[in-house]
Design a protein around this ligand. Structure first.
Ligand code: 5AD
Length: 347
């Protein structure tokens, strides 16, 4: 079987076997990549046209109780200047974001116990009341089902929780012993049952990751069928145990994003900031490989440099409006249009 036949079959059936995935990944070439990108782009266009949804990312806290080996804001990193945004700070980000045209706000943070369910529910309810036309996405890590339910009832619509690795052994090598893939999966199932649009995903080229692990990630995503997938390259952070590991490549990331698009035709798929960080024009290349979402940062300037999950993050110094304008321009340059829209999953 040749790569071209396998890619054609994934395009037609939106499915693939373990062996097929392994084969096209291990034997990938410029030629097979071009074919894959073209079909992935076509698929995205069928459901979403040449439109790009934007999500305003608000990095609300860099306190975290966890100690993930790859992450710059892990609790053992004593060099981080920790911060928390108040409800008023967050509302101000939304106000600026809304006036620029954002219709989805993503509240992301470390697992920070300061934000009790009462505090979080109040923040979500306030955004919901002020911006009834907007989607609210949360990305706050693992919580009990009851907490997820309360946030949902207060008006949250979506939740991002990458599975990080679908292989329990690999998952364990990336995380401290108190975290488990089983609990992560439990959280993902709970979120889906409650009714959130859910985002799963993983890093590409994380330490110890094998092609077998990547194949399991792709099959897990197919089976779990999340509405969103976050997949970007691993990038080392100098104050973590993985400081000297190699970053993931843009080339492999793009190849996998295109496969994700073909296997999950309607998925909301961001061209990540990490992809834009490892490669010039990485986000544009992501769109040309089937992505349809970009997530510009709308956090206050004063905290931007403090939310560093990895080194050299793209646009860490750019003003909200300037960064948003540059995204619009770069999408325009490749024939895509950033739209002011909630950008829900195509039903
Ligand atoms: N490189 C790339 N992505 C990272 N993330 C955390 N640390 C890094 C890193 N060093 C990703 C994780 C997490 C998301 C918020 O950011 O996959 O789920």
């Amino acid at each position: 079987m040749k790569s071209a036949d396998i890619i054609e079959s994934i395009y037609k059936t939106a499915d693939a076997t373990r062996d097929e995935l392994r084969f096209i990944i291990e034997n990938r070439s410029g030629e097979s990549a071009r074919m894959l990108y073209g079909l992935a782009r076509e698929r995205a266009c069928e459901y979403y046209g040449k439109k790009i949804f934007v999500r305003g990312l608000i990095e609300m806290t860099n306190y975290c109780r966890n100690d993930c080996l790859y992450c710059g804001i892990r609790r053992s990193n004593k060099k981080v200047q920790r911060y928390r945004l108040t409800k008023e700070d967050i509302m101000e980000c939304c106000r600026e974001g809304h006036s620029l045209g954002f219709r989805t706000f993503v509240l992301q943070g470390g697992e920070d116990m300061y934000y009790t369910d009462d505090i979080m529910t109040d923040i979500v309810a306030s955004i919901r009341a002020e911006y009834p036309d907007c989607a609210i996405t949360l990305s706050l890590g693992e919580k009990p089902r009851e907490s997820y339910q309360r946030f949902f009832d207060a008006g949250a619509n979506r939740y991002l929780l990458r599975h990080e690795s679908a292989d329990p052994e690999h998952y364990r090598r990336l995380h401290p012993a108190e975290l488990s893939l089983a609990n992560r999966m439990e959280c993902l199932r709970n979120l889906k049952e409650i009714g959130y649009q859910v985002g799963a995903g993983s890093m590409v080229g994380s330490p110890y990751q094998t092609v077998g692990n990547i194949v399991e990630d792709l099959l897990f995503i197919k089976e779990f069928a999340p509405q969103m997938v976050g997949m970007g390259p691993f990038i080392p952070h100098h104050e973590t145990p993985f400081a000297h590991e190699k970053p993931g490549s843009a080339e492999l990331t793009l190849f996998l994003l295109a496969i994700v698009r073909l296997m999950n035709p309607k998925v909301l798929l961001p061209a990540t900031t990490a992809l834009g960080t490892v490669e010039n024009n990485g986000r544009e290349m992501g769109v040309l490989a089937g992505c349809n979402v970009v997530m510009p940062n709308i956090s206050p300037m004063s905290v931007r440099r403090k939310y560093m999950l990895y080194d050299n993050k793209l646009n860490a110094d750019a003003e909200t409006e300037a960064a948003y304008e540059s995204v619009k321009k770069s999408m325009d340059a490749i024939g895509y249009e950033v739209v002011s829209d909630r950008g829900d999953y195509a039903g």
